[in-house]
Design a protein around this ligand. Structure first.
Ligand SMILES: [Zn+2]
Length: 268
């Protein structure tokens, strides 16, 4: 294992105890009673809120929800890792980012001065594990060297009916999946809820509510929900349905490059 590769819940707990530059928030607990942390760097914006988003948009001015034109306004970046338990890459990246913000180097001792300089200009909301229950169910630090079948087993689990792999995307046929699953994969919290597909308007899981509360409170300018599980060296960005046009254009350019270089086999 490379020395920078940290991807466990214990790594997040250790950083929560030792971080001195972050404001560390224990946001609440998962269905299985595991802590969900956010590490915040920067200075929280005064948003001058007088209305919720729907009402502000109804008034044709989102500034009633979040006024982002003040001179001292700091753009807010929200990185959410570990939504799916067997997809470690995002959590590893967020944990290293926290380490860099705390000490100036990643877990391998390498400095990242450009990243630190960029980060100093924004607010950072860093959540290493949105779904700690799912992470706790996967007994590895990395999927390196494992097969696609291993990934399918530990991420999506198996059906109770016949013991077959739930697979992707068929694992989404039951939600919550708990009663239908034999081995509950890392996709799900301990109640069998895939947070990615929780009800948008009537969230079932406390973990989803925590994420909604965060975005409501901070109104981040840029949010990335980090997954993993691709088998290509190039990163892959799923098309975001609701992102601003400028972001969609950047991702389309990236996808053109990606498709020219690599064919993904195992999106999750
Ligand atoms: Zn995923």
């Amino acid at each position: 294992m490379q020395p920078y590769w940290k991807s466990s819940l214990a790594d997040a707990e250790a950083l929560a105890k030792t971080a001195t530059k972050a404001e560390v928030f224990m946001l609440g607990q998962s269905a299985g009673g595991r802590n969900i942390y956010m590490f915040f760097y920067g200075k929280k914006n005064e948003l001058g809120r007088t209305a919720n988003l729907s009402s502000a948009l109804g008034a044709r001015n989102p500034a009633f929800y979040a006024d982002k034109d003040a001179e001292d306004y700091r753009p807010t970046v929200f990185l959410a890792g570990g939504i799916h338990g067997a997809e470690f890459e995002g959590s590893m990246a967020v944990l290293n980012f926290i380490k860099i913000m705390e000490t100036g180097t990643d877990f391998a001792g390498m400095p990242h001065t450009d990243l630190q300089a960029a980060a100093a200009q924004v607010n950072l909301m860093l959540v290493p594990f949105c779904n700690p229950d799912g992470r706790a169910r996967v007994p590895f630090e990395s999927m390196a060297g494992k097969s696609l079948k291993d990934l399918r087993y530990y991420d999506q689990g198996t059906w109770k009916e016949n013991g077959a792999l739930c697979g992707w995307p068929d694992c989404k046929a039951a939600h919550p999946i708990k009663g239908a699953a034999d081995f509950l994969g890392g996709y799900f919290n301990d109640d069998g809820i895939n947070l990615m597909h929780d009800n948008s308007f009537l969230p079932m899981a406390e973990e989803t509510k925590i994420l909604y509360r965060l975005t409501e409170e901070y109104a981040p300018d840029f949010t990335v929900l980090l997954h993993g599980g691709d088998n290509c060296e190039a990163n892959y960005f799923l098309k975001p349905a609701y992102a601003p046009l400028c972001v969609k254009k950047t991702i389309m350019e990236f996808e053109e490059r990606f498709e020219a270089e690599c064919t993904p086999m195992s999106l999750s």
